[in-house]
Design a protein around this ligand. Structure first.
Ligand code: SAM
Ligand code: SF4
Ligand code: SF4
Length: 335
């Protein structure tokens, strides 16, 4: 059975935030003045258990779900992660299982994750320069070298690897060329992400956004011709561009070229609510249903009804009016 929302978009992907905690404090995501030592994270009992998460995936698979991405917060902070991946893998071999991570703990765990059934990782890395990296992630405990070790370990474990870089004006623009050179030489796909107005704490300002177009111009100056190539994957949010030597970079232009028309993603928050858009404040509580003994069929019917009413297209409608609307934090809902 396939499901369509009010704009004809299927429910193809589920992003699952498995924790709202993180070992980084990226200024664009969990700025320390809002996520300091006194910040109250979700208590353990509020988090969905692995069994509950797997039950939601089981309920959604017959409705057309084919991609699951574990995220957060930092998903690798959650204990016994391979157990969750094994459970999701057991739902179906057809599911594509991915994880987005800051890579700090990847070197230690890549082999176990791959063995459990993880297909791919997207590793976030905003700079190769240690000072820029540490200032952007607001950490002095981690380094880009550690993340690069994680990437290597993931490749050696047989995982597909992509790298995501958020670009902020006057902060890490100068890293665009070194990052591209490094990952072009390593033949690892790299995607640049426009700094987004997600959540209410990252002091977003359009003046801090470096557009995909600007990034492309810079890349062409340094590496020569860059040609757009059609995306082969439905619901793929990155625009793909190829250099003459065949290396591809992606651009996620959610601010300057929104892709709501193709958005096939639902999000399951760390505390067990379904969100139909990254920029919404209203979730639909599934955890209470699960804990009151709802069957898989009940969960399926509830999400079916949520999805068929889905009308969201925040990025497409983005304007001065939408900017001040209350939104949920990305670490909570799952980036
Ligand atoms: N901690 C993991 C990580 O950083 O990869 C997973 C969660 S993080 C919220 C998921 C992705 O969202 C990362 O690639 C991160 O760079 C991106 N992200 C977070 N805040 C953002 C923002 N304001 N604009 C654009 N991308 C953002
Ligand atoms: Fe943590 Fe990822 Fe957010 Fe950075 S982007 S603070 S690593 S959740
Ligand atoms: Fe999807 Fe909402 Fe982002 Fe549009 S703004 S692409 S509907 S998550």
């Amino acid at each position: 059975m396939s499901l369509s929302d009010a704009r004809g978009r299927p429910l193809h992907d589920l992003r699952i935030s498995i924790t709202d905690r993180c070992n980084f404090r990226c200024t664009y995501c969990m700025p320390r003045d809002h996520f300091g030592s006194d910040h109250e994270y979700l208590p353990r009992e509020s988090l969905l258990t692995y069994e509950e998460i797997i039950e939601v995936v089981e309920a959604l698979f017959p409705l057309g779900l084919r991609k699951v991405r574990l995220t957060g917060g930092e998903p690798m902070l959650r204990r016994d992660l391979p157990h969750l991946i094994e459970g999701i893998r057991a739902v179906s071999s057809e599911l594509d299982i991915a994880m987005t991570t800051n890579g700090a703990l990847l070197a230690q765990h890549a082999v176990k994750l791959a063995k459990a059934g993880l297909d791919r990782v997207t590793v976030s890395l905003d700079a190769l320069d240690e000072a820029v990296f540490q200032s952007m992630a607001d950490t002095d405990s981690f380094s880009p070298q550690g993340v690069l070790r994680g990437i290597k370990a993931a490749q050696e474990a047989g995982l597909g690897v992509k790298v995501n870089t958020v670009v902020k004006k006057h902060v890490n623009e100068q890293e665009i060329i070194p990052l591209t050179k490094f990952f072009k030489d390593a033949n690892i796909p790299l995607r640049f992400i426009e700094f987004m107005d997600v959540g209410n704490t990252n002091a977003w300002n359009i003046a801090d956004v470096v557009s995909g177009k600007e990034i492309r111009a810079l890349l062409q100056q340094h590496f020569g011709n860059l040609k757009q190539t059609p995306s082969s994957i439905k619901g793929e949010v990155a625009k793909r561009f190829m250099f003459d030597d065949g290396y591809e970079v992606g651009m996620i232009e959610s601010v300057t070229a929104p892709f709501c028309g193709d958005c096939t993603r639902a999000r399951l928050s760390a505390h067990g609510s379904i969100y139909t858009c990254l920029f919404t404040s209203k979730g639909h509580d599934i955890k209470s249903m699960l804990r009151m003994g709802a069957t898989k069929e009940h969960i399926q019917t509830a999400i079916q009804s949520i999805w068929t009413q889905r009308n969201d297209q925040y990025s497409k409608d983005r304007s001065d009016q939408t900017l001040d609307l209350p939104k949920v934090e990305m670490s909570f809902i799952g980036g």
